[in-house]
Structure formats: C-alpha cells, structure tokens
Design a protein around this ligand. Structure first.
Ligand code: HEM
Length: 541
C-alpha cells in the first residue's frame, strides 16, 4: 500500500509551495558550475537521474529528516532516493525539479562536496549565500579557505561566511568514478530484478509476522503470568526475563516499522512504531528514525554516523582521539579524561556496557523528544503519550514489588535480557571500514564496504530479527525483513558480477573481529600515552 498524495504533500508541508511545478514544463539545462554557484548562494540542490531537485524550502519537513537531504547536496542521490521511498513518494520527487543537467553516460555526475561535510550550514539570518561554521570537520580543517576562522567547535559561531564554488570541489579520490557509476547502474538493475521477483511485496502471515506475533504474545503473557501469579524471587525474575526478551524481540519490529517495512505505508508503520517502541518499550520511534536514517545514509563516517559515535565508552578508530565534531549531535565528541580511561579498556568493558545500553536509548529518546528537532505536532504528542503509557505500566509493576532489592533486580534483569540486540546492531558495522572515501563512492559500494552479515541458520534467525542480513537490508532498507534471505542470494550474485566484496562472518567470528578492533584502538591509545609519558620524563631529566 502506498501513501496518498495528500499525505506526502502534507508530510512535507508543501501544499501550495511555489517550488511545486507541473511535470510537463520544459526545464532549462544547467551545468555543474551553475549548480555549484546556486548551492553557494544557499540553494539545497541534489541530482536525481538527470534532474536538479531543489529541496531548499522544505528540508525541515522532510519525513526522512533534514540531515538526510543535507548530506546529498551537490551529489547524485538517485540510488538513495530509490532505496528509501515508496513509489508514491518517488512520483513526487520530480515535481521539485528546477532544471536538468547533462550527466556523463560513462562517469555519471561528478559530485560536489555537500556544505555540511565542510562543517557549514545555512546561516540563521536567512540571507542568500550566508553560511556559518557549525563545527570544524577534518575535511574542512585540511582546506585553506578564504573564510577560514579560528573559532572553537564547541560554541555556536554566528559569523557570516560566504562559500565559493571551488570550495565544493571534492579532494582527489582514490576511487575510479567510472567504476562507481557502473556499480550504481547495476544496483538499479538489481532493484528491478528484486521487484520483479516480488521481494518488496509483503509476505503472507505464514511466512511473515504470523509466527513472530505469536512469539511476542507468548513472551508478554509469560511475563504477566509470573508477575501476577508468583511472589518469590524466582518467579519475579522469570517475569523480568520474559519482559526483557519481549522488548528484545519487539525492537526488531520497531526497526521494521521505522523503515516502513511492515505495511509499506509511512503513517501506518509510524503508528505501529509508536505502539511498539514508545508504549511498550518506553523509547521514541521518532528519535530512532531520525538517528537510524542518517546512520544508513552515511554508515561508518566518523563525524556523521551517530551509530559509531559512542565517546566516552567506545572508539572504533584512533581519529576519535582528536575531539571530532559530530554533525548529528552538533557537539564535539570530547576526548577527555573519562574517555581516555574507558577507551583504554573498552574491549574488556564491551559486553558490560552493552548489557545496559537500553538506558542510553532512554536518554537519547527523551533528549530528542524534548529537544528542538521534532515539530510539536500530533505525531509528537502521540509519542509523548506513548512514553507516559510505558512509565505508567512499568513504573506500576516496579512499585508493587515487595522490596527495593527485588525492584532493582527486576529492572536489571529485564534490561539486560533485552540487550543482545545492541550486540547485534554493533556487530554489523564496528569491524568494517571507517575510511572516508568522499562523495565519489557510489551508494552500493559504500553500503557493502561498511556493513557485514552474520551467518546463521534459518531456524534461529528470529533471534537476530532479520538484522543478521544487514548487507541486503542496507542496500534495500524498505524490503520486508522476511524476504531478506531470498534477496541476499541475488545480492551476492550482484557482488560477484561487480567484483565487490560481500562481507559475512559467523556470530563468534564477528564478535572476535569487533573485539579485535576495540583492542587495537585501546592499544594505540596506550601507546600514545606511553610516548607522551616518556617525553615528559625526558624533559624532566
Ligand atoms: C524531492 C525529494 C524528496 C521527497 C519528495 C521526499 C519525500 C519523502 C517521503 C514522503 C518520505 C516518507 C516515506 C515515503 O513515503 O516513502 C521520505 C522518507 C525518507 N527520505 Fe525522502 N524525499 C526526498 C528526498 C530525499 C533524499 C535526497 C534523501 C537522501 C538521500 C531522502 C531520504 C529519506 C529517508 C532516509 C527517508 C526515511 C525512510 C523511511 O522512513 O522509511 N529523501 N522522503
């Protein structure tokens, strides 16, 4: 089922927008220099096929979030747009075209660097061509810009900067642009083949969510049964365990809803997401989507992907030792004394920290809901009510337990039981490349380089909730979870034809790889510390 045109328009807040034009009009052809010039003047333009799409006036209302668009300004976003949108939304994209470009059939569109990747955002004064530096990124720091200022990253710098087209030129890429273009074209063929094979259609209850729903209900019923029918420690801990296991399983359902992978309708899936994530799980589906969409679009980019930004607990690259700026959290990830201590033993703390990672999800969810990002609309109010509902039922369950020790144990057991999902999420990316290969890299090559599968038998894949087939999921995020296994064999063929690596490891092997990365970074930190200590000793001698 697709969204209605009205819904899409209203989701974007675009009814009556001056940028909305009839499809039949003739569009002028402009060149790359002109696109760069207009971006410098403040227009948020990206390329879709050979169309120049103008997103300037509605990025804040975009259902996929503002940052999603900002990361693709000046770039060819055709594959990303194809991957993330319903057919109805795709039909609408062309309405926001303002011009055409001539795309080189061999090499595709030569990308420009999005201003956000230079640490620049449009200035609050709303003047055309006014930019401000929101943070110093490594890419921008390396450039000698005529506007370069020495402002600190931490505070908001309101100085007005201008941007010149030559600053949008990406630095030399080690990648072969022609090859990247071929990967991108072959990806579109692959998507058509998967569509023809019916793999984007919802599977019936027998192959789809039928057995999952029975499992969720059984876990919930067992949690309630033990809670109501027992009074001792073992019964109550059994209740906490089943509750945690139900949350664990429901996280996968919320994940599918956030990707519009259950009904295919954005509003219906968001409603399911609120029921599951907010009401039953106490989290925010809005926060999750905002965060997760960016993770999907810029996976493993140190300064941009929130899913690998876990300072002070984890660092998967030594680049984090340098106080990096997070374009998602809009703050410096300060590598302070706490980070130095925790990261030097991160491989030992790994499972302990992850066992309580759900607490971090509450913090992130509520900071998002109460922060400036979400619009205060009906969706937001429903999310808030959902969270209130969660604390009412869970709070009341905890309050009625006989002792504080049992209350604490119930909270711990239920939260730890829900934690394997965090190991699963981290496993898919932590051991993969974090190299920044720039905007020339195609969508499929980026996803394949930064993502890996966990090999497991179909009989136990419900434990992984579909997330073990992460490679295919990252290439086709809207594909229903239950079709991923079948699709992954076609993805493997695509990789073979294109000579791209499809990364997959067993559960134990994958965990070992993650621990090795963490230990390696911890050792590098230790080494730097020893060098610094030696230098101090030398000086004191
Ligand atoms: C004119 C251009 C665009 C329009 C009209 C548009 C519209 C929409 C709509 C209506 C949705 C809700 C899901 C759906 O109904 O399919 C959506 C979601 C999304 N969009 Fe866009 N979008 C545009 C451009 C982009 C671009 C350039 C990107 C990133 C490269 C992007 C990334 C996303 C993401 C990640 C989602 C979330 C997917 C989900 O919730 O399942 N969009 N967009």
């Amino acid at each position: 089922m697709t969204d209605s045109p009205e819904l899409v328009e209203s989701a974007l807040g675009l009814q009556g927008s001056p940028t909305r034009k009839p499809r039949s009009r003739q569009l002028a052809v402009i060149d790359r220099d002109e696109v760069a010039k207009r971006i410098c003047q403040g227009a948020l333009l990206f390329i879709y096929n050979d169309l120049v799409i103008n997103a300037s006036s509605w990025t804040r209302s975009h259902p996929g979030g503002e940052l999603a668009i900002l990361h693709f300004v000046g770039r060819d976003a055709t594959n990303e747009v194809l991957a993330y949108h319903s057919s109805e939304a795709l039909r609408r994209v062309e309405r926001y075209a303002i011009a055409r470009v001539v795309v080189d059939p061999q090499r595709g569109w030569t990308p420009l660097t999005p201003p956000i990747a230079l640490g620049l955002v449009r200035h609050e004064d709303g003047q055309r061509g006014h930019w401000r530096r929101e943070g110093r990124l490594r890419l921008a720091a390396a450039e000698s810009s005529q506007n370069s200022d020495s402002s600190s990253n931490g505070r908001k710098d309101l100085a007005v900067l201008s941007l010149q087209p030559e600053q949008l030129e990406p630095s030399d890429s080690s990648l072969d642009q022609q090859k990247q273009h071929l990967y991108a074209l072959a990806y579109r063929d692959l998507k058509s083949k998967l569509e023809a094979a019916g793999l984007f259609d919802k599977p019936g209850p027998l192959y789809g969510y039928g057995s999952d729903i029975i499992r969720y209900a059984a876990l919930g019923a067992l949690a309630i049964f033990f809670y109501l029918k027992t009074t001792g420690w073992s019964g109550q801990m059994a209740s906490a365990l089943f509750l945690g296991l139900m949350w664990h399983q429901l996280t996968f359902l919320a994940h599918d809803a956030g990707h519009t992978g259950i009904t295919g309708n954005w509003t219906k899936d968001r409603a399911i997401g609120i029921a599951v994530a907010n009401c039953i799980g106490g989290l925010s589906i809005g926060w999750w989507c905002d965060n997760h969409n960016i993770h999907h679009l810029v996976p493993n980019e140190l300064e941009h992907d929130p899913d690998i930004q876990h300072i002070p607990f984890f660092a998967i690259s030594k680049q984090f030792f340098g106080d990096l700026w997070s374009s998602y959290y809009k703050r410096i990830m300060a590598f302070d004394a706490a980070s130095k201590t925790l990261i030097s033993i991160q491989h030992r703390l790994y499972y302990i920290v992850l066992s309580l990672a759900r607490v971090n999800l509450y913090v992130l969810s509520y900071s998002y809901l109460l922060g400036p990002k979400p619009r205060r609309n009906l969706m937001w109010a429903t999310e808030m009510m959902g969270v209130a509902m969660f604390w009412t039922y869970f709070g009341s369950m905890i309050r009625h337990l006989p002792s504080w020790q049992m209350r604490l144990a119930y909270i711990l057991v239920s939260h730890v039981a829900a934690s394997p999902v965090h190991v699963q999420i981290v496993l898919s990316h932590f051991a993969c490349s974090t190299e920044a290969l720039g905007p020339v890299e195609s969508f499929p090559a980026r996803q394949l380089r930064t993502t890996m599968d966990v090999v497991c038998s179909p009989n136990i894949e419900f434990i992984h909730g579909g997330l073990h087939l992460q490679v295919t999921h990252h290439l086709f995020p809207r594909m229903p979870r239950h079709n991923l296994r079948q699709a992954s064999s076609m993805v493997k063929e695509y990789c073979k034809d294109q000579e791209l690596v499809y990364q997959e490891h067993g559960w134990i092997d994958g965990n070992k790889k993650v621990l090795n990365v963490l230990e390696d970074v911890a050792n590098q930190l230790q080494f730097l510390k020893e060098v610094a200590d030696n230098e101090i000793e030398e000086k004191l001698r």
